[in-house]
Design a protein around this ligand. Sequence first.
Ligand code: NAD
Ligand code: IPM
Ligand code: MN
Length: 357
Amino acid sequence: KAARKVAVLPGDGIGPEVMKEALKVLKRTAELFPKCAMTFEHGNIGGAGFDAHGEHFPAVTKALCERSDAILFGSVGGPVQEQHMPKWKDCEKNSLLGLRKAFDLAVNVRPAKVYPTLAHCSPLRSELLKDGVDMVIIRELLGGIYFGEHTTEGDSAKDVCTYTVAQIRRPLEFAFQAAKGRKGKLTVVDKANVLDTSRLWRKVATEMAKDHPEVTMDFMYVDNAAMQLIKAPASFDVICTENMFGDILSDAASVLPGSLGLMPSASLGSKLYLYEPSGGSAPDIAGKGVANPAAQILCGAMMLRYSFGEEAAAAAIEAAVDQAILSGVLTGDIAPPGTKSVSTSVFGDAVVAAMKA
Ligand code: NAD
Ligand code: IPM
Ligand code: MN
């Protein structure tokens, strides 16, 4: 079997630092699992694309993706206070939203898991986590307010939120299937007390639920969901929601295990898929060698699972990350206050060392 071609787009901020560790782990994976041979070709995206080619999503980068079997994405964007500078203006929209649109990446999968043994890394009281937390957020990625019309006229600005039945069905279909392979519980999060788009989501979900009697579905308003995620995190299994609610809730859920640096994501579409940490370029810690590379490493596992069907190799990476963390190799974002933390590359090395075929 020919080696799979991976387009590697490290991007900005901590992107290149955490990508380096993910590639170390993937190379080790290919040694242990010879079926997983991969080639890695790098491309510029985001601010890095702007520096190299004057564009956030250069044509050469798009061409690289088109000839690849999967896209491993780091993060894009500059410091939050510098959004207006030419290098950063519209960077995330042009690059990341551009990629999602170009490759029809409609379904975004964001898992959050807390092991009772690691409850001390979470900012939550450990009794809230004693039942273990294991949820996955399925976020619609190509609709809603992100892709509606955006206009500014004089003193007013407008962002339009639109959904079609077909757009709603795609993440929900994935969510029902995911629930079947898990605890069988699906929570559809919306704001149906106010929004027409949310009412349409409810209608579509209710109809689809008839075809999935083995799944227990319920609805929850997004404001309550934000609260329940923190208050009763063990009560969730699969959450499915629209684009912006999913963006916000997934950052909130990442704090359950302790950090955004632990949450990978897979963006699935019709053919070529993209894997990106749920968090951003973290300008506050970029260049210091302290970022947690776990999310980027776990993106590699998701790529092996969803793009290449290599479940054993994916599970081996996940087990190695678990083992590194369980053995107390912790980056600063999850090391309990007053304890010693390790660098980005030491964590990566620990994962490589823990890899087993
Ligand atoms: P952010 O996710 O970059 O950072 C939020 C906080 O989480 C920061 O304190 C950061 O240090 C921490 N953090 C994030 N990832 C971490 C990791 N791997 N290890 C340790 N700590 C980590 O969000 P922000 O500060 O709001 O945004 C910064 C830039 O990133 C902006 O330009 C934003 O648009 C962009 N962004 C990009 C993506 C993406 O590329 N997928 C996602 C979110 C934000
Ligand atoms: C994410 C990010 C992006 C989003 C931004 C950078 C456009 O926050 O992937 O969660 O909002 O989708
Ligand atoms: Mn986000």
